[in-house]
Design a protein around this ligand. Structure first.
Ligand SMILES: *[C@@H]1O[C@H](CO)[C@@H](O)[C@H](O)[C@H]1NC(C)=O
Length: 400
């Protein structure tokens, strides 16, 4: 059983490897040109449910997320970015390579319905190429990066810019989300967009229309913040959402750039012998008396003064309080004495009356018979103090 299982596993791995090898997509791109790869959900859906169409007659459209990284690295190469607005949208890998080489990109797609995953491999070979000498960057306000990356939209934008530049020789160099360049997240309202920067390059020198950006008049208008008129005959945007913001257009003439500073001279890597270390002399002596005065004596004097003040308040001024207390005590004593004398007087008066005292005042008395009981010898140990404890049905009074 175990052997069969392991053989089955081995087979699965083989098939998976074969399929994996099939899912390898190769690209060769030049340095300095914009690269886009759209992660089509439809393609991955086929990987997840290859037979669902045959057997269920049903097409799934599952939400998916992607995880992309350079093979045996945790993240993508520096020049490559990934974006996907929503799990029900396609994802995009995009960026501009800056140096020749080879990048192997792993793409993992996660099906958010079944939580199955599938993998795709992208092999990108980057070849050396001369940079476009003249470059211009335009800002498209009414766009979002995911809306611009599909090749059809890139084509539209390129067409407009070709007309503006007045040449067919034009390539897109870079497309960036304005949020990656310090832009703000827009309000979630219609008509508010993140905005994208599009950089294009050409072998041809800038057209007259583009050169208007450099005029003093245009720059003054832009810095004043007034509504900038599009230079006459230069409005080439066929689709309103692709129109550029003239004030944010920048031109780069790479031919005029000053040569890079020479690289620093590399030494042998060994420091020169600087002799033995000579420790500094001991520092000059300092007078610490003023410091001592300030940190010890002054707080001490303050503490003594505070002590004396506290002592005066506690002992000197409490006499009055004691005196007042004594007087109160005297009054209370007098009051007590008066009550005592009055009670004595009342008792004497009652004793003088010639009326027999109430029965209840006699030592032992039965309320029903009126008998007087024998005086209780309470000091006899044989008679319990509470009679009812012995016979609950009897009177609480002692029986004869
Ligand atoms: C493309 O734009 C990004 C974002 O601004 C920047 O980091 C990158 O260096 C640019 N690439 C090129 C080749 O200009």
């Amino acid at each position: 059983m175990a052997g069969c299982g392991s053989r089955l596993f081995f087979l699965t791995v083989c098939v998976a490897t074969l399929l994996g090898a099939n899912a390898e997509i190769k690209f060769t791109i030049p340095v300095g040109r914009f690269f886009t790869y759209e992660l089509l959900r439809e393609t991955f859906q086929n990987d997840f449910e290859p037979l669902s169409k045959l057997y269920d007659g049903r097409l799934y459209d599952d939400p998916m997320t992607f995880k992309c990284n350079q093979q045996s690295f945790p993240d993508l190469p520096e020049w490559l970015r990934f974006t996907q607005r929503h799990p029900l949208d396609n994802g995009f890998l995009y960026g501009t390579p800056t140096s020749p080489g080879k990048s192997i990109i792993e793409i993992f797609a996660i099906n958010k319905r079944s939580y199955k995953t599938t993998k795709e491999i992208l092999v990108i070979k980057i070849t050396a190429e001369k940079l476009m000498p003249y470059q211009a960057e335009v800002f498209i306000k009414l766009r979002e990066i995911e809306k611009v990356l599909p090749s059809s939209v890139q084509g539209e934008i390129k067409q407009d810019l070709q007309k503006l530049w007045d040449t067919e020789n034009l390539e897109i160099v870079n497309i960036t989300n304005a949020l990656d360049r310090g832009g703000r997240v827009p309000l979630p309202l219609a008509g508010h967009f993140e905005g994208v920067y599009v950089k294009v390059g050409s072998e041809h020198y800038f057209s007259d229309c583009l050169l208007r950006v450099l005029t003093v008049q245009h720059q003054r208008q832009c810095s004043a913040g007034s509504k900038v008129k599009i230079p006459g005959g230069c409005n080439f945007c066929s689709i309103p959402s692709n129109c550029i913001s003239w004030c944010r257009t920048q031109l780069f003439d790479l031919t005029k750039q000053e040569p890079e500073p020479p690289p620093p001279a590399v030494g042998s890597g060994i420091l020169e012998d600087g002799g033995d270390f000579d420790p500094p002399e001991s520092p000059p002596s300092r007078d610490f008396f003023p410091d001592y005065m300030v940190t010890v004596i002054v707080p001490l004097i303050l503490a003594i003064v505070l002590c004396l003040m506290l002592a005066y308040i506690m002992f000197g001024r409490r006499e009055g309080v004691v005196k007042r207390n004594a007087r109160t005590n005297q009054i209370q004593l007098y009051h007590h004495q008066t009550i005592h004398e009055n009670t004595e007087e009342l008792r004497n008066m009652a004793g003088n009356r010639s009326v027999p005292p109430p029965l209840s005042t006699l030592p032992m008395f039965n309320s029903r018979t009126g008998d007087r009981g024998a005086p209780l010898q309470s000091d006899s140990p044989r008679i319990p103090l509470i009679m009812a404890q012995h016979d609950p049905y009897s009177d609480t009074l002692p029986r004869k």
